[in-house]
Design a protein around this ligand. Structure first.
Ligand code: PNS
Length: 167
């Protein structure tokens, strides 16, 4: 019998990516033959980083992982999944409040296309308190974010601050 290649999509805002995301990505990339990390570019949340910068950070962070592809999308996630012909979506779960939101999103996506399956990975408890929003808040209030994010994010945000200060 022909062996199926297992591919999954890990979508998100990644504004910015945190150590919690990195942990989920590393674990998901061990479960699947190929993992596509895709940045949602039409999110209404107030963005800190441009899509280009987020994609660049992801490329740099996972440059050593041969089975990880970085991409971005506009519009509905299901339409992206159809374009890619990949119907498994990975999401991380941290808290009970995440569950409510994720449960709703998984059902909506399956209503939009019956082929979609969402698979959840529980966060490592080391990262259950970390969110992109808290990173943004700490950064905007001049706090130190280094312990919560990969080095690629710290460097980019440091450059961003220098660019702003030099204007
Ligand atoms: O990192 P986030 O912000 O929790 O990711 C949420 C994301 C980007 C996966 C979700 O908002 C999404 O899929 N957006 C694309 C638009 C869409 O398909 N919406 C319908 C699902 S409710």
């Amino acid at each position: 019998m022909e062996k199926k290649i297992k591919i999954a999509i890990y979508p998100g805002s990644f504004d910015p990516i945190t150590n919690g995301h990195v942990d989920i990505i590393n674990r998901a990339s061990n479960l699947f033959d190929r993992l596509i990390i895709t940045v949602a570019s039409n999110n209404t949340k107030k963005a800190l980083l441009s899509i280009d910068r987020r994609v660049d950070i992801l490329n740099k962070t996972f440059s050593n992982k041969a089975n990880i592809e970085i991409d971005y999308f506009n519009g509905l996630l299901v339409d992206y999944a159809i374009r890619k012909n990949v119907f498994t979506i990975v999401r991380g779960l941290r808290t009970l409040s995440d569950f409510e939101y994720e449960f709703r999103m998984a059902i909506i996506n399956r209503n939009l296309d019956k082929r979609i399956e969402t698979i959840f990975l529980m966060t490592d408890e080391k990262y259950s308190h970390i969110s992109s929003s808290s990173i943004k808040e700490i950064y905007n209030l001049n706090g130190n974010i280094n312990q919560f994010v990969p080095k690629t994010v710290s460097k980019t945000l440091c450059n961003l601050k220098n660019e702003k200060n030099n204007k």
